[in-house]
Structures are given as structure tokens and as C-alpha cells.
Ligand binder design. Structure first.
Ligand SMILES: Nc1nc2c(ncn2[C@@H]2O[C@H](COP(=O)(O)OP(=O)(O)OP(=O)(O)O)[C@@H](O)[C@H]2O)c(=O)[nH]1
Ligand SMILES: [Mg+2]
Length: 442
């Protein structure tokens, strides 16, 4: 769902995470991408402009909220703005007895009636579906089939085809049900006739909820449609359908929220189960590819830590612990030679003995490093023969193993120095791209 927008937003978060410095030009670039992503999702131009402007103003204010880095703050602002434009609250239909669905031709009313019936049924309620569409000949049959497939009762009157009579009859049955869902007839446009029919039905039924069904593929026009309906027929909420099949869904949701219409459910497919309560926060989290804001900020935070470490090692400062981590990464990758060749001016591969190290040896190395004193770890040069003996004993390894570890460590340290001295721009870029993951990210 919303794959394209989601991908774009994910890319923006990545950019925030990987940008070296969040200076004004980087911020502009990121916000421009953000605006573009919104426009592509058919969010109204004025709204997209406003949001990006507001984010920038917030960011450039002198004071930032305590405890947040610029990166974290930018991420949070993007998240918050998305939640703001995509709706504020979450709703529930539980306890609502009479629910009427209205909307234009083909918007998904009948399908959604079935989905809602299933939704309530799953929550232990006894539901009646009522067919009030006698404009389209096949409509009552369609509803009956849906009702049958999910196992709820259905009231239609294909003989009289009298919408108002069926509405009245449903009230006589109402004691037997916890919830009644009314599927009404659509029109090409919200004309006088439809408005009158809905008004009259409203008077007979006196519904607790009148939900306007709007397909997401109409994009930002959804806002206009919601306002128009609201003027003529008092709606209590909106259900946006067909979110699964359109790139314009963001626009439809945003446009509806801006009119103040409350989005209560979203339809994400044709099947009875393809309905979700609309929870803007959850929705935005999903769009951004994270469980929630906390998880997202955690990710940004981690990237900051990673960068610190990267800085440390690019300056040639490789500790024994870093060395162990690098070795582990090398094992995961297998041969490095192909990657090494990608680095211009670096034809040399890592020493074979480092690449081909056995798993068991890594465990030994770990034990050896753990048996060293903090001082030895910081400054391995002080490790003389007697210290080697002690470390070998303490770690249950041989003196030969300890010597080998120290010599490998020195080799790798030399490489690190060489890398850091070369300061090759492409190399540095590459190191950043790979973050701390690759063994030669020192
Ligand atoms: N992909 C997708 N298709 C949907 C969704 N909701 C409805 N549809 C499809 O949209 C088409 C129209 O749905 P209906 O439920 O018949 O729409 P309606 O508003 O009752 O149409 P009328 O009664 O003719 O006004 C059908 O083919 C549905 O399967 C949705 O959330 N996702
Ligand atoms: Mg229908």
C-alpha cells in the first residue's frame, strides 16, 4: 500500500541519517524531496508548501528541543507534520447501532458495508446488512452474496424495490441486532435527487453514523467531495477505499483531513477483511517504515553513534575491540578482493590470513582480548613475553595464539593508517555509504 510514497519517504529518512552535516543547503534539499514526494502523492500544492515552510522555520529557530540532535529533530518534525495532515484522532465504531454508508457510484459502498459487517461481527456483535440501493438492478443481489459469504443477516426487498419501506422495516427488526449497516445507492454526482433521498432516509433511520465512502484514486478532489457532501447531508465520518491501488492516496487522506472530515476507516483491498481502522500515527509510521516515532528516532540516534565510531577509525585509531568486530564482519563477507578493486588507487587486498580466518579462531581471539587488562587493550605495545604467557593462560589459549592475534592486529592497524592517510575522496564516500558494516570501514 502506498508503495511509492513510502519509498520516497524512506529515502528521505535515509538521506537525513547519512548526511554528513545538516547545514541549510542539505536541509533545503531534504525538504525539497519531501515536498516532491507529497506532490506526487497528490497532496495539494499549497498544503505541501506550507508544511515544508513550517518545518524549515522550526528547524532554523535558535533553540532546539533539549535532548534532540538536529537530525532527530528534523525526523520528528517530518513525522509530526505527516500525522497532522493525515488526521489526528483514531476512532471506533463499537457501540454505534445504525450506520449508513453514502457515496457516489462505484466508490465502494457495498463492498465496504460487507467489510464493516465483518469487522463488527469479529468483535462479537450481531449485525444486519440492509440493502437500500434499488437504482442499480444487481445491487440487492450483490449485497446478499456478500452477507452470505461472511455469515450475517441481510434485508432487501427485490419485489417492492421501495427504499423507504425497507428502511422502515429494518427498524422493526432492530431489537434483534447490535448493529445495522445500510448500503445506499450511488449517483454520478451529488445532485438534488441523491441529496433528497439521503435526507429522507436519514429522517426515517435516524442513524448514529453517516459515513461517506470515497475512493482514494480521486486524490485531492476527495476534500472537495467531503465538503460538498457535508453541506447537504450531515456526515459523521469518511471511509477512504482503494488505498491499495493508487499513488494518489496520500492526497485523498490529506485533503479529507484538512476539511475536518474525520477519516474512520481505510479500505485496502476487495475482500471482506481488507478494512482497517484509521490511526494516523500508525499509518505514518508505516509509511516511514518504522513501528513508531520512538523506533524511528532510535534509528537516527544509532546512525549518529555509528558516525562517531567511523570518524574515530578513519582517523587511524583502531582498538583491539574494533579489530575483533572488523574480523567478524570480514568472515560474514567472504572474499573482499572484488570490493577492494572498486576503490580507485587501491589494488591491494587484505592479507589472506585475515580473510580466511576460521570461526573457532575468532572465538579464541575474543577470549584473548577479554583476558587483557584495560591498559593492554589500549596500548598493546606493552604486551611482552611474560604478559603473553599470562594472557594465554587466562584465556585458555596458547602463547602462539596470542602472538598471532597481536601480529594480525598490527597488520590491520597499518592498513587503517594507510586508508586514513590517503583521504581518497571516493574511498571516504564509500566508507560512509557502508557505514560501520564493512570490515574496511576503518
Ligand atoms: N482494490 C480495491 N477495490 C475496492 C475496494 N473497495 C471496493 N473496491 C472495488 O470497487 C468496485 C466498486 O465497489 P462497490 O462496493 O460495488 O461500490 P459501490 O459504491 O457500492 O458502487 P455502486 O453501488 O454502483 O454505487 C468493486 O469492484 C470493488 O471490488 C478497495 O478498498 N480496494
Ligand atoms: Mg453498491
Amino acid at each position: 500500500m502506498l508503495d511509492k510514497l513510502s519509498k520516497k519517504l524512506g529515502g528521505i529518512i535515509k538521506k537525513i541519517i547519512s548526511s554528513k552535516r545538516l547545514d541549510e543547503s542539505t536541509i533545503n534539499e531534504i525538504l525539497n524531496d519531501f515536498k516532491k514526494a507529497l506532490l506526487e502523492a497528490d497532496v495539494d500544492f499549497k498544503l505541501a508548501n506550507e508544511i515544508t515552510k513550517e518545518i524549515k522555520e522550526e528547524l532554523l529557530k535558535e533553540k532546539m528541543p533539549p535532548g534532540l540532535t538536529a537530525r532527530e529533530y528534523l525526523t520528528k518534525l517530518i513525522y509530526d507534520k505527516l500525522v497532522e495532515i493525515l488526521g489526528k484522532e483514531k476512532f471506533s465504531l463499537i457501540g454505534k447501532k445504525k450506520i449508513m454508508l453514502v457515496g457516489l457510484f462505484g466508490s465502494g459502498k457495498t463492498t465496504t458495508s460487507g467489510k464493516l459487517a465483518k469487522y463488527l461481527q469479529k468483535r462479537g456483535l450481531k449485525v444486519l446488512l440492509v440493502g437500500l440501493d434499488y437504482h442499480r438492478p444487481a445491487a440487492p443481489q450483490q449485497l446478499k452474496q456478500i452477507a452470505e459469504s461472511i455469515g450475517v443477516d441481510c434485508l432487501t426487498d427485490e419485489k417492492s424495490k421501495d427504499t423507504f419501506k425497507v428502511a422502515k422495516r429494518s427498524l422493526e427488526l432492530s431489537k434483534k441486532y447490535d448493529s445495522i449497516i445500510y448500503d445506499t445507492a450511488g449517483r454520478d454526482a451529488l445532485d438534488e435527487e441523491l441529496a433528497q433521498e439521503l435526507e429522507k432516509l436519514g429522517k426515517i433511520i435516524n442513524p448514529d453514523e453517516v459515513l461517506l465512502v470515497i475512493p482514494a484514486d480521486i486524490g485531492k478532489v476527495a476534500g472537495k467531495q467531503a465538503s460538498e457532501f457535508h453541506k447537504l447531508v450531515k456526515i459523521t465520518g469518511v471511509i477512504i477505499t482503494k488505498l491499495d491501488g493508487t499513488a494518489k492516496a496520500g492526497g485523498a487522506l490529506a485533503a479529507c483531513s484538512v476539511t475536518g472530515a474525520k477519516i474512520k476507516f481505510i479500505g485496502v483491498g476487495e475482500k471482506p477483511d481488507d478494512l482497517e481502522e484509521y490511526d494516523p500515527k500508525r499509518f505514518v509510521s508505516r509509511l516511514l517504515g518504522f513501528g513508531d516515532l520512538e523506533a524511528l528516532l532510535q534509528k537516527v540516534k544509532e546512525s549518529g553513534l555509528k558516525e562517531e565510531k567511523l570518524k574515530k577509525v578513519t582517523e587511524g585509531d583502531l582498538t583491539l575491540e574494533d579489530f575483533l568486530e572488523q574480523l567478524k564482519a570480514i568472515q560474514k563477507m567472504g572474499s573482499l578482493s572484488s570490493i577492494m578493486k572498486l576503490i580507485p588507487g587501491f589494488g591491494m587486498a587484505l592479507p589472506e590470513d585475515l580473510v580466511k580466518m576460521q570461526e573457532g579462531k575468532l572465538a579464541k581471539y575474543k577470549a584473548i582480548i577479554q583476558s587483557m587488562t584495560p591498559e593492554e587493550r589500549i596500548n598493546p605495545d606493552i604486551i611482552n613475553t611474560s604478559r603473553i604467557k599470562r594472557i594465554a593462560k587466562g584465556s585458555g589459549t596458547s602463547e602462539q595464539d596470542v602472538r598471532e592475534l597481536l601480529s594480525s592486529y598490527k597488520k590491520m592497524k597499518k592498513l587503517v593508517k594507510m586508508f586514513s592517510r590517503s583521504r581518497d575522496r571516493n574511498l571516504m564516500k564509500m566508507l560512509q555509504r557502508f557505514g560501520g558494516k564493512l570490515p574496511f570501514s576503518f
